[in-house]
Design a binder for this molecule. Structure first.
Ligand SMILES: Cc1cc2nc3c(=O)[nH]c(=O)nc-3n(C[C@H](O)[C@H](O)[C@H](O)COP(=O)(O)OP(=O)(O)OC[C@H]3O[C@@H](n4cnc5c(N)ncnc54)[C@H](O)[C@@H]3O)c2cc1C
Ligand code: SF4
Length: 590
């Protein structure tokens, strides 16, 4: 029997970027907000301080900041003919847990969507004709335009102190920025990161093949900076312990220092940790949510009544909660009907290592999560698709994130995997290898989706989330094309040799790390038959439930998701504050 707690205005599930930001904005708008976080409390100081944080085995390899699959996991299969099995170890993606969520151990590569990304179906059909999008893809428009999102994308960049140089400032194309980006209303709040040596060589080669290099936009901040909430950030030291680690230098924007510190102690704000939300409770008629049920660290079950429920639990777990709670109709791939779980997508990655056989010293141990020189010429619809048999694209980046001793041993093809020859090859190549990443889009198909597993349950007896996913043929063709373009740059970089790894050539595997960019499952849109939430990210069937995160993306972009999903978060919060709170109701008709 659950203990019923006093009612609050708003209950927020999850204390990552989306949840803490929602709490900040709505507590300051006069709403009593209770944030429920299943993980522990933690803070950049003292928890992320060096030297303890620079323990690669503990954090980089054993994933101490992330979920523990023995008590929280999902099941996986490549297609509907297979039986899904539980993910027993972390691999392909690394979801976060604990205060700050995955925003603690992210890289900080901070992008915006292209204007055409957000109206993808309309854009391709208008430009290339009605059959431009392959039939097996469930590509759709987002229901929101770039111009509508721009102020919110801009505001998040200010909250995160994003470092970069505008390539398109109010429609003026500028040197040294990304010439393909949508128009920005303002310059980045902080100057771009330094260019690393390999990045400079990449830039020369990229120009030689006719592309347009620039420094990647980054939430690894480059100067002393105060964000709009009053948080202080300091310059990145290029310490190389960024992705998978918390930042001990207050240099990587995370939701703890950028947001939580500024709302801590506010009379309308309460954060409860070790509070695992097991379901959203609905009124008898199912038309509204009445609050949530959660299990606390004492093992007892509590009911937290609220006027509004915000799902900020990370895309996958938002979808899980919606399926468990009866919010929206579950997607059925055999009929194509239903919306929750629909359009799950991922990211299409490949990589190239360029070996210089000891000729250069790139000091790979100096790095940062978003230290990269990049070209965007082959992303989205930045290049002509009229003669191509795919939609989408990706960026090509020369990254220097780390050269940590356990994880980084670049060796040319043909090198034995162990022994003296391997050691010699590592010694020769450790300092003088440049690394390129091709970070590609992922289109939704009818057969890739999320639902509840019929066999496996979690410690509370609830069905696990089941993921059915493989790379669509469209994405394999796209990835081959963009990786071939990256090879042209790699060849122009003049190494002794290079090796290419194309993960999308094989079936998707949940074992090697790729990205934690799981998207879709609760997609936004203007049509209730193809979207789980409306264009304000409000559940179609329960107007007091709003959903945040990358589960909203109808298909995945060629970019990392946090910039776009935080733009959407501010878009939703703006609508809630300006409109919904005064007159709670469905913001769009069905
Ligand atoms: C290694 C790594 C590198 C990344 N690098 C980048 C990058 O460079 N650029 C980029 O754009 N993105 C990057 N990302 C992705 C980025 O971290 C996410 O997009 C972002 O953190 C999503 O924020 P969120 O608030 O939606 O979810 P999260 O940050 O995951 O926060 C959700 C929170 O909800 C809590 N929660 C979940 N379920 C429940 C429940 N039932 N009850 C209570 N609490 C719950 C979780 O414990 C978690 O704290 C990276 C991710 C990883 C893991
Ligand atoms: S590389 Fe920079 S931003 Fe990343 S953890 Fe180190 S100091 Fe922080």
């Amino acid at each position: 029997m659950a203990t019923r707690l006093p009612k609050t205005d708003i209950v927020i599930v999850g204390a990552g970027w989306t949840g803490l930001t929602a709490a900040y904005e709505l507590a300051n708008a006069g709403q009593r907000c209770v944030v429920l976080e299943r993980g522990a409390m933690r803070h950049d100081a003292p928890d992320f301080q060096a030297p303890q944080m620079h323990d690669e085995l503990r954090y980089g390899q054993r994933h101490e900041l992330m979920i523990e699959p023995s008590n929280l996991t999902l099941t996986f299969r490549n297609n509907q003919d297979e039986t899904a099995l539980p993910m027993r170890r972390l691999g392909s993606f690394l979801p976060g847990t604990g205060v700050g969520g995955a925003g603690v151990h992210w890289n900080g590569q901070l992008w915006r969507p292209l204007p055409s990304d957000l109206t993808m179906r309309t854009h391709y059909e208008e430009k290339y004709g009605g059959d431009a999008i392959p039939d097996d893809l469930q590509v759709q428009d987002w229901g929101v335009t770039y111009d509508e999102l721009e102020p919110h994308l801009d505001f998040f960049e200010k909250v995160a102190g994003c470092a970069g140089r505008a390539g398109n400032l109010n429609d003026e194309i500028r040197e040294a920025g990304n010439p393909f980006e949508g128009p920005r209303s303002e310059e980045y709040p902080t100057p771009p990161m330094k260019q690393h040596y390999a990045g400079a060589m990449f830039a020369d080669a990229a120009r030689e093949v006719g592309t347009h290099p620039f420094i990647m936009p980054s939430a690894n901040v480059t100067v002393h900076y105060e964000n709009p909430y009053g948080a202080q950030l300091h310059p990145c030291t290029y310490c190389g312990f960024c992705e998978r680690f918390g930042c001990g230098y207050f240099a990587k924007a995370d939701p703890i220092i950028c947001v939580l510190d500024r709302i801590w102690g506010h009379e309308n704000f309460e954060l409860r940790t070790h509070a695992n939300v097991t379901r959203v409770n609905l009124a008898d008629d199912g038309q509204t949510a009445t609050g949530v049920t959660y299990v606390a660290s004492d093992g007892r079950t509590y009911e937290q009544p609220a006027d509004m429920v915000l799902l900020c639990a990370y895309g996958l777990w938002n979808v899980h909660l919606m399926l468990l709670s009866g919010i929206g109709e579950p997607y059925d791939p055999s009929t194509g009907e239903g919306v929750v779980g629909r359009n799950y997508a991922y990211q299409t990655m490949s990589s190239i290592s360029v070996f210089y056989d000891g000729r250069y010293n790139f000091n790979p141990f100096m790095g940062a999560g978003a230290l990269a020189t990049v070209v965007d010429d082959y992303n989205g619809d930045n290049f002509d698709h009229s003669e191509l048999d795919f939609v989408g694209g990706g960026y090509i980046a020369c990254l220097q994130t780390n050269g940590r001793p356990i994880g980084y041993h670049p060796t040319p093809e043909g090198t034995p995997g162990w022994g003296l020859a391997w050691k010699r090859a590592v010694r020769r190549n450790y300092l003088s290898t440049a690394n390129l990443v091709i970070h590609g889009s992922s289109m939704a198909t009818r057969g890739n989706y999320l639902d509840l597993d019929p066999t496996y349950t979690d410690p509370y007896g609830r069905p696990l989330l089941r993921m059915t996913f493989d790379f669509p043929d469209n994405d394999r063709r796209m990835s081959r094309h963009v990786t071939d373009r990256a090879e042209e740059i790699a060849r122009a970089m003049g190494g002794s040799s290079y090796s290419v790894s194309r993960s999308a050539d094989d079936n998707y595997s949940i074992v090697p790390y790729q990205t934690t960019h799981n998207t879709g499952g609760a997609v936004m849109g203007s049509d209730p038959s193809t979207s789980a939430v409306n264009r304000y990210c409000q559940a179609w069937g329960q107007h007091n439930v709003f959903v945040f995160g990358a589960c909203l993306f109808p298909q995945n972009l060629g970019y990392n998701p946090t910039g776009p999903l935080m733009g959407l978060a501010y878009w939703t919060l703006d609508r809630i504050k300006r409109d919904y709170l005064n007159d709670p109701r469905p913001l769009m008709g069905r």
